[in-house]
Ligand binder design. Structure first.
Ligand SMILES: *Cc1c(COP(=O)(O)O)cnc(C)c1O
Length: 225
């Protein structure tokens, strides 16, 4: 069944509360599908692979904002510099420092989120809540020159247990709140909580998300080939 991408984009924008932004997750979908969403007014897209993002970025309108949302290998950081408006999936301090040095080298400022890992299983990527708190307690971000940490990103456990999902989102939002308490005015522009996907974004928004990343509900099922 083909998806009415424009209708799904419009529906999501009408359902999302004011102040909650939508990342249309276009991974594994062709540039033509992105173009349909673009023509419906969507300008913010998420991709999880560097090659795929760069191929699409090259052929699509330049006023698209790309968010990188996948696991980023250190040897691919350089290629993303200046191409993305945000890297949401920073999962180690080493990667953060590398993004900073590569941003300096390229003469750009890179906006990032720290990926927080709270879910029970699967993806092993992300900082633990304790690691994030420790990073900010040490004020380690003060050494960054070309990287702006804008907030946190996280995923809930992949389960039908909606109370578990809610608890995971609540734990991610709690990390965000604690960082703000620890750093106060020293940390400017730390205001993004990215959580919620096709199956759970209403719960994420109820728990404080202001950036949802929705793929399947817009573009249909992905064909992994
Ligand atoms: C694929 C992906 C999404 C979108 O998931 P859907 O269930 O298709 O909405 C959101 N966030 C991340 C990090 C992803 O990798």
């Amino acid at each position: 069944m083909s998806h009415d991408i424009a209708a799904e984009i419009r529906r999501l924008h009408s359902e999302l509360p004011e102040g909650v932004r939508l990342v249309a997750v276009s991974k594994f979908h062709p540039a033509e599908a992105i173009r349909e969403a673009y023509d419906a007014g969507q300008r913010l897209f998420g991709e999880s692979r560097v090659n795929e993002l760069l191929e699409k970025e090259a052929v699509l309108p330049s006023d698209i904002n790309w968010h990188f949302i996948g696991h980023l290998q250190t040897n691919k950081v350089r290629r993303l510099m200046g191409k993305v408006s945000m890297i949401e999936s920073v999962d180690t301090e080493r990667l953060l420092e590398l993004i900073d040095s590569e941003s300096r080298r390229a003469g750009v400022l890179t906006r990032v989120l720290m990926q927080v890992h709270v879910a029970q299983e699967e993806t092993k990527f992300g900082f633990s809540p304790e690691e994030v708190i420790d990073y900010f307690s040490r004020h380690a971000f003060c050494t960054l020159t070309n990287t702006h940490i804008c907030g946190v990103m996280g995923m809930a456990s992949n389960t039908d247990d909606m109370e578990r999902v809610r608890a995971d989102f609540s734990a991610i939002a709690d990390v965000f709140t604690r960082v703000r308490q620890i750093c106060g005015d020293e940390l400017l522009g730390f205001d993004v909580i990215s959580m919620g996907m096709s199956g759970d974004w209403p719960i994420a928004v109820a728990e404080g998300s202001n950036l949802v990343r929705v793929g399947t509900a817009i573009f249909g099922e992905r064909q992994y080939i």
